[in-house]
Design a protein around this ligand. Sequence first.
Ligand code: SAH
Length: 396
Amino acid sequence: MTYPLRQSSMQQNYLHQNSSQHNPSMFGFSREELLKTITARQQPSYRAKQLFQNLYARGEKNFDSMTSLPIALRNQLSQEFSLLRPSIVDRQESNDGTKKWLLQFIDGARAETVYIPEKNRGTLCLSSQVGCTLNCRFCHTGTQKLVRNLSAQEILEQVACVKDELNDWQQTSNKSLNEPLENPLSRKITNIVMMGMGEPLYNFENVATALNILIDAEGFCFSRRKITLSTAGVVPMITRLGKVLAVQLAISLHAVSDEIRDKIVPLNRKYPLNELLQACRDYPRLKNSERITFEYVMLDQINDHLSHARKLVQLIRGIPAKINLIPFNPWPNSPYRCSPAKRMHEFAEIIQKAGYAAPLRRPRGSDILAACGQLRTESIKKRKSETHEHQPYQKI
Ligand code: SAH
């Protein structure tokens, strides 16, 4: 795949243009929904499994290429369903190789997805909502009014679009679909983080449905341990996540007192620090190999006093954890400055001396506004009557 203009954009509205004329998409159907679809058409149930593999392991974009299915069934399905991807309306590449795509969904809402290649892995950062309701003071997405939740389909479509772009689908023949999957380490996308636009735990059902398909060994086949969900701290949902999925957990902590956190992460007024940390202590399977990641954005003169680092260590005592120190990434008219490098290093050192990993994160993709907290789209909230019937706005 070539990116003709570095750090610039390209318009490509090739799909969804007459979307109202298309059949409903089957992409995003769970195993259960596929089974229902298949049995309603008097087909044997194993066809549902074949469809599932074609959709999520092979990334087939049309029914004709699903040669493991009988032709009559392929024809029938293509008359009733589509497999359209969202349009890619913009793609950008950073000097550091980070890539960002702006996707437009069937009702015109837009969300960004970011791919961060590293030496031994490739991380895909997914959005869970268009916009966000949290209003964290340092976050660009928070300045955009929430437009809507993304459906499970739209969350998975982000993965599918990037797999198309990177040519990262399984290359196995149909015959070998029943054999174990290729070595997942040879893939370009090895890790998934729910750290793009939105608060994933305010869109729990859709996120959980999508994650289940991502971890399914016959689907996208990502290990539960390679998927990280980041939350600003929706405490009851952290507990629920632990019960149903137990993917890796990241907490946007950013402050060590309720006084400061109330201001910069307003959700703290609802779920204060002691409740949040208790939910972390109770999260299942915590051990050194499955630690909680605490994210801490370094804001000059706000949360970066060295006494804050000492308090941080006390607060998380007993929780297997790693602390990601994130230099504040500026955005147009942002109200904060990043802490000076010397202070960030001193801050990190205090935490490291207490026995925790505390890497100072190098921002990735900041030249194309792809780094943490820089995502924002121009999507505007539509009236309910204007939305597509298959993509209803959801109450949060
Ligand atoms: N709502 C979820 C998912 C967003 S993840 C959450 O809050 O965790 C995005 C991460 O980037 C969060 O840790 C967020 O606090 C952090 N972030 C937001 N704005 C930032 C900025 N300007 N610079 C650095 N990190 C930022």
